[in-house]
Ligand binder design. Structure first.
Ligand code: KIV
Ligand code: ZN
Length: 535
């Protein structure tokens, strides 16, 4: 396969300069955000995009601009702010083949230094018959028109035949040839429903390379329904794909997409299997982006998640511990520091001032100002009174929680009082504030956490059902921050929230309130939503 240099295509340009360069296309903000219950606003998306730029991915797929005004604004903000920083990733937006969608997508992207339009249409019989209600001839015509329109805007156009792995091969080849003729510079092969098996998916990639003439970069987009997304992606790379579409923590529709951290580390640890393949990812940033995404989406990372899970470098059995103490290579193939999995100690304590705190945040790449900074500083002081060692992860956790409050202008927890034990009914009283008003409520419950959540329901008037509750600690030790994630259902919406504190009842109350705030915000946003579509 050869690649063509286009005026606006980093993918084509970088693979031409270095045929071993693998383009890392992150779609956390688009496909990842399609995970049930995740809804990020523009500020949260910007924060993740900034961290993805620090990670060094080549592309950030920032959203689906025609889907809603919120998505449009988020893509535009990322294109303007992240897409113009020195060494920034190129910014991509998703679009159906409709001309109006393509134009709207370009409108959102146009201010980025480098922008890509990603045009898709379904090609499998299941999708064509039940969703599109189009014939093959119509799909071919749509492909040609959509891609050609995108090419009028930018030299960097990606095309995806959705549900490719269930599409008859001859038809898919015809669609891909049409897309290349119309100007597509990247051909992405989505395993939309996670149907692929590694050797079969690899063979498909190889077949396309051989049968579709032209200058383009071939790309993988693998879903994880059978737990094979990373394996299929790697098989695609071995067969000649030079772009991988991935999400942080493997987020995405249903069982998710191939995980950024898994794909990148597999390539890094096994160069013998991928000779000459390189990425520009700074692996030391992987744990941080994983934590940020987990916090802002409310999707916790499973403990045993490869690379970024908290147990990825933990050893339980005596034999393993003995081996690792003698030499880490006995049971570890990845150096924890190389993926940022070592809690860096912050030299801040209870006597540190606001300046030192703000300076530390800046060094960590966290930009907070005004009220959010004051509140984060107050939380830091409280924490310093209760906890001897403060790590970067602790600071990230409290700042993220305070930022979350600010962004959503929701209810704030001003005070919490609980009583309970083995005798008598557990009780809780909360004082919340919202837009300058104070709201107080008291309640009883099955335990102190239940009583506090019930008091919040009374104070906010939001009736919810608890469907998930998870407690973990941010770091080790008896004074560790408790990190609680709750999932709630309210009016048919599933939302999650996170709270941190050295006190688990307080952390749970904060998490519950964060989820209520998220519900309030999503409800308001849905009411504003203009067009409701999704791939
Ligand atoms: O899974 C999929 O098919 C997609 C496309 C829009 C690329 O996400
Ligand atoms: Zn997808």
């Amino acid at each position: 396969m050869t690649t063509k240099k286009t005026t606006n295509s980093q993918a084509a340009a970088s693979t031409e300069d270095d045929p071993g360069h693998l383009v890392v296309f992150d779609t956390t903000l688009r496909d990842g955000e399609q995970s049930p219950g995740i809804s990020l606003d523009a500020a949260e998306k910007l924060e993740i995009a900034e961290q993805l730029a620090r990670v060094g991915v080549d592309y950030v797929e920032a959203g689906f601009p025609v889907a809603s005004q919120g998505d449009f604004e988020a893509v535009q903000a990322i294109a303007r702010e992240v897409g113009n920083e020195p060494g920034a990733p190129a910014i991509c937006g998703l679009s159906r083949t409709h001309i109006a969608d393509v134009d709207r997508c370009w409108e959102a992207l146009r201010d980025a230094a480098r922008a890509r339009i990603h045009v898709f249409i379904s090609t499998s019989p299941q999708h064509m018959e039940h969703m599109l209600k189009m014939t093959q001839a119509q799909v071919l015509a749509e492909t040609r028109a959509g891609v050609a329109r995108a090419r009028e805007h930018t030299g960097d156009v990606e095309f995806s035949p959705q549900d490719a792995t269930r599409t008859p091969l001859d038809f898919m080849l015809e669609v891909l040839v049409t897309a290349v003729e119309a100007g597509a510079t990247t051909l992405n092969i989505p395993d939309t429903v996670g149907y692929g098996i590694p050797w079969d998916f690899g063979a498909l990639i190889q077949h396309i390379r051989r049968q579709v003439p032209g200058d383009y970069v071939l790309s993988t987009h693998c879903h994880n329904d059978l737990g094979l997304a990373t394996a299929n992606t790697l098989a695609g790379v071995q067969a000649g794909a030079r772009q991988v579409e991935v999400c942080v923590n493997g987020l995405g529709e249903r069982a998710g997409n191939a995980a950024l951290e898994e794909v990148v580390m597999a390539l890094r640890i096994r160069p013998d299997q991928f000779p000459g393949i390189t990425t520009t990812v700074r692996t030391e940033e992987l744990a941080r982006v994983s934590r940020l995404v987990a916090r802002l989406t409310g999707y916790p990372v499973q403990y045993n998640k490869a690379v970024v899970g908290r147990n990825a470098f933990a050893h339980e059995s005596g034999i393993h511990q003995h081996g690792v103490l003698a030499d880490r290579s006995t049971y570890e193939i990845i150096d924890a520091a190389s993926v940022g999995q070592v809690g860096r100690q912050i030299v801040l304590g209870k006597h540190s001032g606001r300046h030192a705190f703000a300076d530390t945040l800046e060094k960590m790449g966290i930009h907070v100002q005004g009220d959010a900074l004051n509140q984060a500083f107050a939380r830091f002081k409280e924490l310093a009174d209760r906890k001897v060692e403060i790590t970067e992860a602790d600071i990230e956790a409290i700042v993220a929680e305070e930022l979350g409050h600010d962004l959503i202008e929701g209810f704030k927890l001003e005070a919490l009082e609980v009583s309970g034990g083995t005798v008598g009914m557990p009780r809780a009283g909360v004082v919340l504030s919202r837009a300058g008003d104070k709201i107080e409520a008291t309640s009883e419950g099955n335990g102190m956490i239940d009583a506090a959540c019930s008091a919040i329901r009374t104070a906010t008037g939001v009736q919810t059902r608890l469907i998930g509750f998870n407690v973990s600690s941010v770091t080790g030790g008896v004074d560790a921050l408790g990190d609680v994630v709750v999932q709630l259902e309210a009016e048919g919406l599933k939302v999650s929230g996170r709270g941190v504190s050295t006190d688990v009842v307080e952390a749970s109350t904060r998490a519950y309130l964060a989820a209520v705030n998220r519900f309030v915000r999503i409800k308001a946003r849905n009411e504003r939503r203009q067009v409701e579509i999704g791939p």
